[in-house]
Design a protein around this ligand. Sequence first.
Ligand code: DQA
Length: 165
Amino acid sequence: MFTDHTLTVYSILVLHGPNLNLLGQREPGVYGLTTLNDINQMLIAEAEKLQEEGLTLKVTAFQSNHEGALIDAIHGAIGQHQGIVINPGAYTHTSVAIRDAIAGVAIPTVEVHLSNIHRREAFRQHSYIAPVAIGQISGFGAESYRLGLRAIVAYLQQQSLNTHP
Ligand code: DQA
């Protein structure tokens, strides 16, 4: 009997948009008390858990309050990361440039939000990012990120099964 010991390694870029550096102190009634550092640590712990499932996952997190810096990070993901998890913050509702960057690099991307943007103000209910994302996870607080990481990994695994059945 042969056992396949092929190691599956994915590198995932997690992008946090504007004002998310203030998590924990920013509108806690809406965004909770979890800090950005807590979220990044949780994602690293999740990656370690996936390791037990035979998957080597590298998670790189980056936060910026600047649209151009986020776009540069998306461009920089080419050849470095297989998937992106992004909370574009308020740029979700304004940024054609971030949408174009995601479409341009053609790296599978999951959009996440702490709050449920669809039950908030009308201006938050439209996302420029959603049409170029695989999907959107919105409303589960910090858990949205963990689900987002799981979702991108499941998508990449499915893709590789389709390519190498
Ligand atoms: C957010 C929702 C956005 O509308 C808002 O501008 C944010 C955070 C969220 O995670 O719920 O900054 O992306």
